[in-house]
Design a protein around this ligand. Structure first.
Ligand SMILES: Nc1nc2c(ncn2[C@@H]2O[C@H](COP(=O)(O)OP(=O)(O)O)[C@@H](O)[C@H]2O)c(=O)[nH]1
Ligand SMILES: [Mg+2]
Length: 339
C-alpha cells in the first residue's frame, strides 16, 4: 500500500518551503472531526477488554457498556475511529544509537505531513536546556506529533494521534537530560497512559524557541491512553551501532509491550538502504516462541514514502480486530509500484 507521490522522494535537507503549519495557521491540516472512540474527553479508547468481551474501540460510556447492536455496528457510524499510537525503538546518546537515529521521527513526519515539501529529515534529538523546558518538549522525553486523518482501503476513517517516545540529549554534556528523574527508556517507552499539561504538538526543529510562529495544538488534557505501539527497527547499517545492540533493545521493548497487552507492529525503517542480514534478523526475532509469531512486520522507507501509512493502518486493524485482510506488501514489491 505504497502511497504514490511522485514529488515526494527522496527528501533532502535543502528544503526551502516552510512547513504548511506556518503558512496559514487559520487553515487546519484536516477538518475538525469528532472521534468515535478514544477521542472523547476522557480518552477511553483501548485495545478492548477481553475479559468482558468488549472489542477494541467499542466505546464504554460513562455508567455502562454499549448495547450489543451498537457494538456490532461500531465501524458503520459517520465519526472516524480515534487511535492513539506510540512510536518506540532504540533511542539515546550516540553511544547507544550510533551516528544517527533509527528513523522514528522521519516515520512520524512522513505520516503526519505526507506532502513532499513538508518532509524534513533533521529531527536531531540533541537539545539545549531552553529547548528542553519549552512547551514542545515540556521536560518530557516524548514528542506529540498531533493528529491526522487517514482512510484505510476498506474505507474506514481513522484519526491517528501520534506520540514518539524518545530520549533527548543535552548538547552541552552529550548525555540524556537528567533534570527530571525518569525510568530507563525500555520501561518508560511502553507507558500506556501519558500526561503532560499544555504540551504542544511538535512540527519541526526550527519551531523550538519560536513556538508562537507555528500552528499550536495541545496534547489533549488528562490521561492520554495509548492503544497500540509501532516498534521501529532500522535495517540499514549505521556507523557506531551494532545489530546486536538494536536487537537486544528491541527484544526488551517488545517483551515490555507484551506485558501491557496492547497490540504492536514491528516497523522496519530505511528499507531504501536495507541490509539483507538485518532483515533476516528481524524475521527471526518475531518468530521467537515468546512472541508467538503474532507481531506483523511492515517494511517502510520514510524517504521514499513507502508503506508508511500501511504500518499505521495495520496497527489500527489489529486494535479494531478487523475481520478482513490487512494488505501488507513487502518493501521491494511496494517500491516497484512506486515507479
Ligand atoms: N535512507 C534513509 N534514511 C533515513 C530514513 N529515515 C530516516 N533516515 C535517516 O536517519 C536519520 C535519523 O532519523 P530520525 O527519524 O531522526 O531518527 P530517531 O532518532 O529514531 O527519531 C535521519 O536524519 C535520516 O538521515 C529513510 O527512510 N531512509
Ligand atoms: Mg526522533
Amino acid at each position: 500500500m505504497a502511497t504514490r507521490d511522485s514529488t515526494s522522494a527522496p527528501a533532502t535537507r535543502e528544503l526551502t518551503a516552510l512547513p504548511s503549519a506556518v503558512r496559514d495557521p487559520s487553515v487546519p491540516r484536516w477538518p475538525p472531526l469528532a472521534c468515535q472512540a478514544g477521542g472523547d474527553d476522557d480518552n477511553d479508547n483501548d485495545a478492548g477488554d477481553a475479559e468482558n468481551g468488549r472489542p477494541p474501540g467499542a466505546r464504554v460510556r460513562r455508567g455502562g457498556r454499549l448495547p450489543r447492536l451498537e457494538k456490532q455496528n461500531v465501524k458503520k457510524t459517520d465519526t472516524p475511529r480515534c487511535i492513539n499510537v506510540a512510536v518506540v525503538g532504540l533511542s539515546g546518546a550516540e553511544k547507544e544509537k550510533g551516528a544517527v537515529g533509527i528513523g522514528k521521527s522521519c516515520l512520524c513526519n512522513r505520516f503526519m505531513i505526507s506532502s513532499s515539501d513538508d518532509f524534513e529529515d533533521d529531527h536531531n534529538s540533541l537539545l539545549s536546556n531552553s529547548d528542553f523546558s519549552g512547551r514542545v518538549v515540556n521536560n518530557d522525553n516524548f514528542l506529540y506529533w498531533g493528529e491526522v486523518m487517514k482512510t484505510s482501503e476498506e474505507g474506514t476513517e481513522y484519526i491517528f494521534r501520534v506520540i514518539e517516545q524518545t530520549e533527548f540529549i543535552d548538547d552541552s554534556t552529550f548525555q540524556p537530560f537528567n533534570g527530571v528523574k525518569m525510568d530507563p527508556y525500555i520501561k518508560r517507552c511502553v507507558a500506556t497512559k501519558i500526561e503532560s499539561a499544555e504540551k504542544l504538538m511538535y512540527i519541526c526543529r526550527s519551531q523550538l524557541g519560536v513556538e508562537e510562529k507555528f500552528e499550536q495544538k495541545v496534547l489533549p488534557p488528562g490521561k492520554f491512553n495509548i492503544d497500540g505501539f509501532l516498534c521501529v527497527f532500522d535495517v540499514s547499517v549505521v556507523p557506531g551501532r551494532s545489530i546486536e545492540k538494536q536487537l537486544e533493545t528491541v527484544t526488551n521493548i517488545l517483551k515490555n509491550i507484551k506485558s501491557t497487552t496492547k497490540p504492536v507492529v514491528l516497523v522496519t525503517t530505511k528499507n531504501d538502504k536495507l541490509n539483507e542480514a538485518y532483515v533476516q534478523e528481524v524475521q527471526k526475532l518475531v518468530s521467537r516462541n515468546e512472541f508467538k509469531k503474532a507481531i506483523p512486520i511492515v517494511e517502510t522507507s520514510a524517504y521514499m514514502n513507502v508503506n508508511v501509512d500501511a504500518a499505521f493502518i495495520a496497527l489500527a486493524h489489529i486494535i479494531d480486530r478487523f475481520k478482513g485482510r490487512t494488505k501488507i506488501v513487502p518493501y521491494l514489491e511496494s517500491v516497484k509500484n512506486y515507479y
